[in-house]
Each structure stands twice: as structure tokens, then as C-alpha cells.
Design a protein around this ligand. Structure first.
Ligand code: DUC
Ligand code: ZN
Ligand code: ZN
Ligand code: ZN
Length: 509
């Protein structure tokens, strides 16, 4: 066969199998053959993978890049009125398509799905999609696609624009928030979205937390001056996530539509998802490395240092929650492990540390700390090192949750597998014997952020090569790909089970 690249003699892993001494033959960016001793003509590029794991490129379907947050996104009802945060540069997440995808490829991720976010005042989502296309075009090191965040599901948007979003723009998923004043939807509005999503085969992602509990707790903690960063966690105990998870599962059951619960952090919410799956509802779960490798004590560091680890849902106090999330990966409750890369600089460029500038020094006020952690570069290596090499999960499970399932769930038909016809998106690891474990420092990473929540963690391996559509984009610690190489991917519908046509009453859509 006529190849232009052959990856030789690796231990090739898919979501189902491991083949030792296996070659991968690539032509025009596509894998065309997989097997031992593939014959190649002289002059064909070859990469020696002997003794090394070779896995499909990471597919990270929860990444915030160049995203503008509407005023008050950090659940600051009052600050909208008092300090008048307006959607300006300050309210962007701090990684752009350039820096965020550079970081992605350096950590073995070859496709990201990012968010185009509606503001409540936007009467149409079409300009929103166009705007995010402008932000990403010619800026990305890896392939990319969009979800649309819906904050105001008007009749025009769900009835007329959702079909255009799917057919014209190739976007087959939306994300909804049950909390944050500028974004949250009422249950009625969630049903409006689900009604239309079901008809069109759209996957609905949901950030499930009970917004009124959070608001009430935040107010009452402030009255007691309990505003240290770790009280972010105090304001959101696991029941906040579990109640909203259970509620939105009920809405999805009523509407017979598939949903993905994003960034699940606790045993209680995991149990609700598991129970729904046992009843064969098309309910999917996502978790993130921060809930697998960090606990709430990370928010207790120093007077304000803990702000670096403030995300929502929060890191949990109890190791039992972490154990339940690992168990949920093993038993299939979690379909995907995404990064939820939602990066903010700790030392804000304008000198104002949000949260610290709002009084009650030296602790500041947790309600003003932007929620979210950087993690697009560390996701795949963390799961490989702390999952596979630490014996917690099999190599196949690693591939399934970091790549294959994400591609299936979000209709990325040519991504997420090593097999003929798939894009040649490949990660080659170091042979284990020759790798010196190291402790991570932020300087090693390629994002635009001044810290990593995983500082000091030991890594037992790291991607040696990242290959996208047959081209090496990261090699031995260096990003060698070009900005703009990444392509926008139009997505199809989910390949995982969808509506069942089972109803709770006589009502039918
Ligand atoms: N939810 C996300 O999905 N990302 C960052 C912050 C949040 O609450
Ligand atoms: Zn969220
Ligand atoms: Zn419950
Ligand atoms: Zn997110």
C-alpha cells in the first residue's frame, strides 16, 4: 500500500483491544491500515514506537476558550449592580484558541469542542456562532468544534434556529446552566430546549446545581464573614449538585431526550445518574480530572491561594466522593472524562485579584472568584499516569473515556479510534522503562495561565508525539505544529442511544 507515514511496532490501544507489535499506515491524513509489519516504500516517513503505548488522540469536549462571560457569571447577583462588571476583556476566559489549543496538543489532545455562548439579550444565536468562528479561525493548533450555550431559549431560537444550527453549522449539542444568574434557565425553559433538541437529535449538556441553595448559602456565609476561598465549597455541599441532577434527569425522562450531566463531582449525583441508566434512560455522565486527583483541602491553602482551586461544582471534602467517581468511570456511569478547561489568571493582568479586591481581607470573598480551572494539557497525561499506570483503569478504559466515547457522543465520526477510515490522530507515549517520572510545574505547560492546580503531582509518562491527521504537531516537549492547522469539524448526531419513545403520560410531542 501507498503510505505517507507509518507508525512502527507500537502497542496500539483502542477502546476494546490492545495489539502489540502493531503498525499504523497513514495516507493523506487518514489511517488506511493497521497490522504487523506493514510494507512501506523507501522514503516514506516512519516513526518508531517500539515498546510504547500508541493511543487515539485525546478528544476533549468541554473546553472554554476565548469565551466572554456575561456580567455576574461568578454568581455575583449584587456585583452586577455594584461594580458593574461589563462583558469586556476582563470577563474573557484567559486562554484564546491560540494558547488553549497549543496547550491541548502538548498534552495529547487532538480535538477540542469549545463553547459559543449566547447572552440573555441575544435574540439570535446565529451571530453568536459566527462570532466564535471568527475567534477560532486560523488560530487553532488542533481540530475543533462548538457547542452552543443557551441562556435565553426563545421560541425563534429553539424552533427556527436550532435546525439551522444542526444543518447549516454542523453543531449538534447545546449546554444549559441551572445556576449563575446571567445563564441559568428555569425548568420550564429547559423543557423548551429539550422539546426541540429531541426532534433534531441534539445532545443537551447540563450544568446541574441548585441555584437558590447557592445564593442563600452565599448570603448567609457572608453574614458570618465565612468568605475564605474554601467556603466556596461550604456554600455548595454535594446535595446542591445531587438535587439539580435528579431534577434534570426527571425533566429528560418526561421529554424522552438524551442529556449529559457535565462535570459531576460527588457520589450522590453519581448515584442518581447510575440509577437512571439502570432504568435504561439515555442519561450520560461526564467527570473531570480535578474531581479524581484533588480534594477540598486544595482550597484551604493560605489566605487566598486556595482561589486557584475554586471551580463549580467544588472540589469535595470527602475521599469517598473521589472513590465514587473512580468507580463510576470503571462501571461506565461516566461516559467521558473532560477537562472543563475554564482558565483564569490567578494574578490578574490589571492587578486586581477578583475575590480579593472585594473586601474582608486577607481572605477576600469567595463569591467573586471566577469559577474554573485550567486543565486541557494535563487531562490525558493525568488519566494515563494516575489511571492506567497506577493500575486504577485499563488502557482500553482510558481510551474509551478520554477519546472514543466523546467522539461517539458528539458525532465526531472520524475521531476517537485507531482503525481504517479514521483521522490519523495519534498519541505515541514514551517506552515505560526509559521514562523518568517527574513532578509537574506550571512552567512546563503551554497555556497562558500563571498556575496549574496540579502543581507538584508526579507524572509517570507524557505524550512523546501528538499527531493530527498524519502530521506531527508535538514532539519531545516541543510544539512543532502550526497555528491555523486545526480545522473546524462539522458534527453529526450522537452515535449513542437516544430517545426511546417511552412516555410518562398521554402527552406526545
Ligand atoms: N461550569 C463550567 O462548565 N465551566 C466553568 C465554570 C462552571 O461553572
Ligand atoms: Zn458548568
Ligand atoms: Zn438524592
Ligand atoms: Zn465548563
Amino acid at each position: 500500500m501507498d503510505f505517507d507515514l507509518v507508525v512502527r511496532n507500537g502497542t496500539v490501544v483502542t477502546a476494546s483491544d490492545i495489539w502489540e507489535g502493531c503498525d499504523i499506515g497513514v495516507k493523506d491524513g487518514t489511517i488506511i491500515a493497521v497490522g504487523p509489519r506493514l510494507p512501506a516504500k523507501p522514503g516514506v516517513e516512519e516513526i518508531d514506537a517500539e515498546g510504547a503505548f500508541v493511543t487515539p488522540g485525546g478528544v476533549d469536549c468541554h473546553v472554554h476558550l476565548s469565551q466572554v462571560y456575561e456580567a455576574g457569571v461568578d454568581n455575583i447577583d449584587k456585583s452586577v449592580a455594584t461594580d458593574g462588571l461589563i462583558p469586556d476583556r476582563e470577563n474573557y476566559v484567559a486562554d484564546t484558541y491560540d494558547t488553549g489549543t497549543r496547550s491541548a496538543v502538548a498534552g495529547g489532545t487532538t480535538t477540542v469542542v469549545t463553547f459559543a455562548s449566547q447572552f440573555k439579550k441575544d435574540e439570535s444565536i446565529i451571530p453568536v456562532i459566527e462570532d466564535y468562528h471568527k475567534l477560532a479561525k486560523d488560530q487553532s493548533y488542533c481540530d475543533y468544534a462548538f457547542h452552543v450555550i443557551i441562556t435565553n431559549p426563545t421560541e425563534t431560537i429553539v424552533e427556527k434556529e436550532f435546525p439551522r444550527m444542526v444543518d447549516e453549522y454542523g453543531i449538534t449539542s447545546v449546554k444549559l446552566y441551572m445556576t449563575y444568574k446571567p445563564m441559568r434557565l428555569r425548568d420550564y425553559q429547559i423543557l423548551d430546549v429539550m422539546y426541540s433538541a429531541r426532534k433534531l437529535g441534539i445532545t443537551t449538556m447540563v450544568h446541574a446545581e441548585n441555584t437558590d441553595i447557592i445564593d442563600w448559602m452565599t448570603e448567609h456565609l457572608e453574614k458570618k464573614l465565612m468568605t475564605h476561598p474554601h467556603h466556596h465549597g461550604t456554600s455548595r455541599p454535594p446535595i446542591v449538585e445531587a438535587e439539580a441532577t435528579n431534577r434534570v434527569i426527571s425533566l429528560a425522562e418526561l421529554m424522552d431526550t438524551p442529556i449529559l450531566l457535565v462535570h459531576i463531582s460527588s457520589a450522590h449525583a453519581t448515584k442518581h445518574i447510575r440509577e437512571a441508566q439502570t432504568r435504561l434512560l439515555p442519561i450520560y455522565g461526564e467527570t473531570c480530572p480535578q474531581y479524581l486527583f484533588l480534594l477540598a483541602d486544595a482550597m484551604r491553602k493560605g489566605d487566598f491561594e486556595g482561589a486557584k482551586c475554586v471551580c463549580s461544582p467544588p472540589l469535595r471534602e470527602d475521599k469517598a466522593d473521589q472513590d465514587a467517581i473512580w468507580a463510576g468511570i470503571k462501571n461506565g456511569t461516566f461516559t467521558i472524562v473532560s477537562s472543563d478547561h475554564a482558565p483564569n489568571k490567578f494574578n490578574h493582568p490589571n492587578g486586581k485579584q477578583r475575590g480579593l479586591q472585594h473586601g474582608n481581607l486577607p481572605y477576600g470573598k469567595f463569591r467573586y472568584i471566577p469559577n474554573g480551572l485550567p486543565g486541557v494539557e494535563t487531562r490525558v497525561p493525568l488519566l494515563f499516569s494516575g489511571g492506567v499506570l497506577s493500575g486504577r483503569i485499563s488502557p482500553q478504559k482510558f481510551v474509551e473515556v478520554t477519546s472514543t466515547n466523546a467522539a461517539k457522543l458528539y458525532g465526531l465520526k472520524k475521531k476517537g479510534a485507531i482503525g481504517p477510515g479514521f483521522d490519523a490522530d495519534i498519541v505515541i507515549w514514551y517506552p515505560q522503562e526509559s521514562f523518568q517520572p517527574f513532578n509537574l510545574t506550571n512552567e512546563m505547560l503551554h497555556h497562558a495561565i500563571d498556575y496549574t492546580p496540579f502543581e507538584g503531582l508526579e507524572f509517570k509518562n507524557w505524550p512523546r508525539y501528538t499527531i493530527i491527521r498524519g502530521k506531527v504537531v508535538f514532539s519531545h516537549g516541543e510544539v512543532v505544529g502550526k497555528m491555523g492547522y486545526g480545522q473546524f469539524i462539522r458534527r453529526g448526531k450522537s452515535l449513542l442511544p437516544g430517545p426511546r419513545d417511552i412516555w410518562l403520560s398521554e402527552w406526545r410531542p
